[in-house]
Structures are given as C-alpha cells and as structure tokens.
Ligand binder design. Structure first.
Ligand code: SF4
Length: 152
C-alpha cells in the first residue's frame, strides 16, 4: 500500500477557485488499495472558495483583481509540505496548470489562458524537498511507479 498526496479537487472536493471540482476517477480508484492524503494548498493558505483566479507573475502570485496573494500561496505550500513529510508520502499527484499544484506547465501570468513551462508554488516546494510529483495527466507513469515498487 502506498501513501499518496493528492490535490483535493482531483478527488471530487469542490475547492477550485470557481467552487467546482475536477474529479479524476483513475485517481479516486487508487483509494481501493492505497492511502490517499488530500490537500488544497490555496484553501489551507487561507483563501476562500470561490475565489478570484490567480497566476504567478515573476516572483509573486497575483489575483485577476491585482491583489497580491503570494503569502497565502506560500503558507499553503508549507502546510502541504509539512503534511507530506509527517505522513512520509511515497509521491504526490497534483493538478496540472494550477499556480499552486501545477507541475511542468502553468498559466503564464497574463490571464489570457496562455501556458508556459513551470511549476506551481506548492509543487516547486515539494520538488525542492525531494518529494516525487506526478500530474493528473500522467497516470500511466503513476501506475508504472506503483508496479515497480510492488505497491500496485
Ligand atoms: Fe485543486 Fe490545488 Fe487548486 Fe486546491 S490549490 S483547487 S487542490 S489545484
């Protein structure tokens, strides 16, 4: 049995900025054999739901209304890292493109739906602390990883 940190919206929690979720049934099905540990860094950092969408602009996180929410993003990231360490998770599955949970691809900071290479604030902190991270569109890699370790 693996311990897997997961973006809570992928498990059906309505914690996204619009107040909806983006449930991924492949990820939900992992709960049959593994321990899933849900986190929503933006809520844990103190932001409300629903909330204005935000994007990473240089070294800050700015809402579409121009509000600086960098502090909340970093607080949520630190709490997520603490939870990952306390639970000694094997790896994380995080939501692609999010300014918190995105891995590899995020919005480019112009609020025009354009993307760029990069990691969300939380994923960046997780990776810097040696936590292995996958995103929700690379479940083939997750299943391979679980097979390799015998934690299918
Ligand atoms: Fe989902 Fe992460 Fe955004 Fe929370 S912060 S809604 S878990 S993508």
């Amino acid at each position: 049995m693996a311990k897997i940190l997961v973006s809570h919206c992928l498990l059906g929690c309505c914690c996204r900025y619009k107040g909806d979720h983006c449930q991924n049934d492949d990820i939900v099905s992992l709960a049959k054999y593994h321990t899933l540990i849900p986190v929503c860094p933006e809520q844990m950092g103190g932001l409300p739901t629903p909330r204005d969408p935000s994007e990473i602009v240089e070294d800050k996180v700015i809402s579409c209304q121009g509000i600086d929410v960098t502090l909340q993003y970093h607080q949520g990231a630190q709490m997520t890292l603490d939870i990952a360490k306390l639970n000694r998770v094997d790896f994380a599955i995080m939501k692609l493109k999010s300014p918190s949970c995105g891995k590899g691809i995020i919005y480019d900071g112009t609020f025009t739906s354009h993307l760029k290479e990069g990691n969300g604030i939380t994923v960046d902190l997780l990776l810097k602390n040696g936590i292995e991270v996958y995103h929700d569109e690379e479940m083939n890699k997750v299943f391979e990883r679980l097979n390799e370790t015998g934690k299918e």
